[in-house]
Design a protein around this ligand. Structure first.
Ligand code: BAL
Ligand code: ZN
Length: 857
């Protein structure tokens, strides 16, 4: 197995400055002629190695003459005795229709499209497929005019024509040098939405959005989102778009969410198509944020790209942070923050506790596709957020300006980013930069000692990062801890030594002590406001103290988090066979009454931590026991608070649907309340009423989700009605498949087997596979972790088949199996048995092999 290491990086021995491509599209035999201008870099005689796989080499020429001095080697071809500068012509043939991995150029649903990041371009032609080789491209695409009236590639169209045989062609020129992972080509028959945008400096940009025929209206919101993102990046970072045309194409078969190819983004249709009937508020949110994410990559990713793939977080962490800031500005800061913290706690902490633990800048990779992870993306964004917290918005902007001033047009490293931030703000960020190299989730411990006589409070903050599979030794990190000290009247206290500055304590060594003099005994430390660092907190607080924080903390995130900790505490009581005290139920009723008009906070505070989040505050999880404790808490929650919840649910007058934040908050609150009420005697009637009256997908789906925890009969009948209504809409049907897969039922495996033979289920569509098999493995803990191991075996059987077609998606869905460390022994044994089956399977992809072998090591 070929392990690549970050520290082995070598600059390229040759580079390619210009590429002229001719792509003759054909379903099973597409021909690509690529003329590259190749230059030797430095003084050496090493052969020229070109990456290439899964294609046929038809011919090879140097400066127009057929060239024989080459040989096929693993992963490509090697050319010897080439001139210092020359024109290399390579002709290849590929089979897009049978490309089920959806990497490189593929044909699905009558649409040709490409996915080249990370290393897909090498499936189109032999090339220097590495991000530090930047070339200008001119691409001519030709194909059948009737089947593929639209022919697109990066940049601007400069010529087109038709042939007498029914084919036509378009030539595209991209003036910006780019790495080949940003190459894109699309051909098909689409509906087109057109618009334009004038940049602050007065440049007109044509905007084009291509969607499946008949789905024009569903593209309107995406196009509006694009314009908002363009404006926001100009206002916030002074960054304008740089081509005359910006195109987005929505396709139904796509491994990722979307791809930022220069001037021609390719999107999973899930993140483009949205209307009130078929998309939830969450879908609208996601469309806007992914559209923005890909747009923001034009500067953070495309204009300044990565030197090598170990630096992926350079563009992804930064761009996720940028899209998070944008979404917060477009919608609301609190619910955004909570959303992202949930991702960290449910998924990133789990990844960092597993054998796949890696720093945001990984050191070793077998298959790069495995590193498009919550660590690189989301923890990466948290690290960028800490820069923002430490430097302030102005300092961060200065650093960004300096980063672009230094590196526009270059392929650079995370260290280059830190250096730009450091120089621009004159701060020493060298200690902080350890966040790039150290993996694992630090635990910040909080302990306090109160001296009644002296009325002094001593608070100690400590840090400890548990060893991870890839790193035994951990060093103290530089952790900004947002800090409040409040008493039971809500009064806030400063510390004696002024260590709390602008609400932050810097925990940059194993521990830091804070002293508070002349304070009452009720004073509490409230830490990690706004989730100021990607850490776990160990702050032992009683239920009463958590409620004090909820009442009095300034930071709304802390208020929400206190409620989450309170629920976690209650569930622990149940696990210990103790009961939840009446005082807690009384306090919760007061909370609901006090916050009845604050729909945003109330909706979030009525949400019980997910099973996955609860796992992260426990070790050796017995799944059935934890799930049953959680269930039992939810049932009590519903019965104890029924009348308050009913008031919440009834409190929303049914105005017709608009996607605006106040309404989104209200709908969320209403649907969370309904989720609880489903467990009461009134639940059925309320669910049926909401389902029948809903004029939008948020409320329909809210009713269905609620019905999942009510009677099976009602749930099944609503699901049948829903399926009949939405059978024609793939994205809505995915929701239906996912609801099926996450339902608790005795016969869940037989049920999934039946769904696999549903006429609309196909292994070839990643969205569908993720909806059914992915949702089951990730979000049906009771079904997946069945005591006899049958859930693990079921998923493994499926993955063995899927892996033969689409290794990338298989490697994604294997994740829950590889995270066995957190479960009780009895689960671990059975999970490892299936992992062993996988690793021993002949012909396993390197994608799945990497994750499985690491998890067994
Ligand atoms: N670059 C891969 C997809 C994305 O993160 O935008
Ligand atoms: Zn991205």
């Amino acid at each position: 197995v070929n392990v690549k290491r970050r520290l082995d990086y070598q600059p390229p021995l040759y580079t390619i400055t210009n590429v002229v491509m001719h792509v003759q599209l054909h379903a099973t035999a597409t021909r690509i002629k690529t003329v590259s201008t190749v230059q030797r870099v430095g003084d050496h005689n090493s052969p020229l190695f070109l990456d290439g796989e899964k294609m046929q080499l038809l011919s090879l020429a140097v400066n127009g003459e057929a060239y024989n001095l080459y040989s096929h080697v693993e992963g490509g071809i090697s050319l010897t005795e080439v001139p210092d500068t020359f024109e290399l012509t390579v002709e290849t043939e590929i089979d897009p229709q049978n490309n089920k991995a959806l990497e490189g150029l593929y044909l699905s649903n009558g649409v040709f499209c490409t996915q080249c990041e990370a290393e897909g371009f090498r499936r189109i032609t032999y090339f220097l497929d590495r991000p530090d080789v930047l070339a200008k491209y001119e691409v001519t695409v030709s194909g059948d005019k009737e089947k593929y009236p639209t022919l697109l590639a990066n940049g601007n169209p400069i010529a087109k024509g038709e042939e007498s045989d029914g084919t036509h062609w378009v030539t595209w020129q991209d003036p910006h040098p780019k790495p080949c992972y940003l190459f894109a080509l699309v051909a098909g028959d689409f509906d087109l939405l057109e618009d334009s945008y004038t940049t602050t400096s007065g440049r007109d940009v044509k905007l084009e959005l291509y969607v499946d025929k008949g789905k024009r209206d569903k593209g309107v919101f995406a196009l509006e989102s694009l314009k908002r993102a363009m404006k926001w990046d100009e206002d916030t970072f002074g960054l304008e778009y740089d081509l005359d045309i910006y195109m987005i194409v929505a396709v139904d078969f796509f491994n990722m969410g979307a791809m930022e190819n220069k001037g021609l983004n390719v999107f999973n249709s899930k993140f483009v198509l949205a209307d009130q009937d078929s998309a939830t508020d969450e879908d609208f949110f996601n469309v806007e944020s992914v559209i923005a994410h890909e747009y923001f990559h034009n500067w953070t990713g495309n204009r300044v790209t990565c030197r090598d793939w170990f630096q992926l977080s350079l563009k992804e962490g930064l761009t996720v942070f940028r899209d998070q800031q944008f979404s917060a500005d477009m919608t609301s800061a609190l619910s955004n923050r909570i959303k992202h913290v949930r991702v960290m706690r449910e998924h990133q902490f789990a990844e960092d506790a597993s054998a796949m633990s890696h720093p945001i800048r990984p050191d070793e990779v077998i298959e790069m596709n495995n590193f498009y992870t919550v660590t690189v993306y989301d923890k990466g964004a948290e690290v960028i957020r800490m820069f923002h917290t430490l430097l302030g918005a102005d300092g961060f902007r200065k650093g960004m300006d300096e980063y672009f001033r230094r590196h526009d047009g270059q392929a650079v490293t995370c260290d280059d980013f830190v250096a730009a931030m450091q120089t621009a703000t004159e701060r020493d960020l060298s200690h902080f930069a350890k966040w790039y190299s150290q993996s694992g989730t630090p635990v910040v411990g909080v302990s306090r000692m109160y001296d009644k006589q002296k009325r002094t409070l001593h608070i100690s903050l400590s840090q400890h990062t548990p060893a991870t599979a890839n790193q035994q030794e951990k060093e103290p990190l530089y952790i900004p801890v947002a800090f409040e000290c409040i008493d039971d009247t809500g009064k806030h206290y400063p510390d004696d030594d002024g260590l709390i500055k602008d609400g932050l304590v810097i925990l940059d060594k194993p521990s830091v002590s804070l002293m508070f003099s002349d304070v009452p005994e009720s004073c509490l430390p409230v830490v990690l406001g706004n989730f100021s660092a990607p850490v776990k907190v160990d702050n032992p607080l009683s239920a009463k103290e958590l409620l004090q924080i909820f009442r009095f903390a300034d930071d709304p995130f802390n208020r929400w988090d206190a409620m989450q900790s309170l629920y976690d505490w209650c569930i622990t009581q149940i696990e210990l066979d103790k009961s939840v005290p009446d005082s807690v139920w009384k306090a919760l009723a007061d909370v609901i009454a006090a916050e009845k008009d604050n729909h945003e906070l109330l909706g979030e505070c009525l949400s019980i931590p997910s099973f996955e989040t609860l796992c992260q505050t426990r070790v050796g999880v017995d799944v059935a026991a934890l799930a049953s404790a959680r269930q039992s808490f939810c049932a009590q929650f519903a019965s104890e608070l029924q009348s308050a919840l009913l008031t919440v649910w009834n409190g929303f007058s049914s105005v017709s649907y608009t996607y605006k934040q106040t309404d989104v908050n209200a709908r969320r609150c209403k649907n969370v309340a309904l989720g609880h009420l489903a467990r009461t005697a009134d639940g059925e009637a309320l669910i049926e009423k909401q389902f029948a009256e809903a004029d939008n997908m948020t409320d329909s789906l809210g009713a269905l989700r609620a019905a999942q925890s009510g009677s099976a009969e009602v749930f099944n009948s609503l699901m049948t009605a829903f399926e009949q209504k939405w059978n024609h809409d793939p994205l809505v049907l995915d929701k239906w498949f996912a609801l099926n897969a996450t339902t608790e039922r005795e016969d869940i495996l037989a049920h999934i087997t039946m769904l696999k033979s549903h006429p609309q289920f196909t292994m070839g569509n990643p969205n569908r596979v993720r909806a059914l098999i992915g949702s089951f493995a990730f979000y049906n803990p009771v079904g997946f972790h069945q005591p006899d191991g049958s859930g693990y075996q079921y998923v493994t059987d499926y993955l063995l088949e899927l892996d033969q077609h689409n290794p990338q998606v298989a490697a994604r869905i294997v994740t829950p199996l590889t995270q066995w460390q957190n479960y009780a022994d009895k689960h671990q044994q059975k999970m490892k048995a299936q992992l062993t089956r996988l690793v021993n399977h002949e012909g396993l992809s390197k994608d799945v092999f990497e994750k499985v072998s690491k998890s067994l090591a």
